[in-house]
Unconditional design. Structure first.
Length: 98
């Protein structure tokens, strides 16, 4: 076995662990905004929530999504899709409850 192959195989378990962690983070990160969504819909109020900010999050997120698709970064694509859904829920809530 060559030295380079040995180094590659030695790093693989770490890479797999980081890959699993990335998938978890890809799901958990956008869910950090769910308290905002919950607050808007339970209180039926979007007072203090900026429509422009959340629209920008949505639109710029599409650029990040396109980047993930072009580069075939599955966890990145996943997180951007979830972010888009969360952003859309906030924008809809703002429009409903301003």
């Amino acid at each position: 076995m060559s030295l380079d192959l040995h180094k590659h195989l030695a790093k693989k378990p770490i890479k797999n662990s980081i890959d699993r962690l990335m998938v978890l983070a890809a799901i958990a990160h956008p869910l950090t905004a769910t308290p905002q969504v919950y607050d808007i819909y339970t209180n039926k109020s979007a007072a203090g929530v900026s429509l422009l900010t959340w629209l920008c999050f949505m639109l710029l997120g599409l650029v990040f999504l396109a980047y993930g698709i072009v580069h075939r970064l599955k966890p990145y694509i996943l997180t951007q899709i979830i972010w888009f859904a969360v952003d859309a829920l906030v924008v809809i809530g703002i429009l409903l409850y301003r």
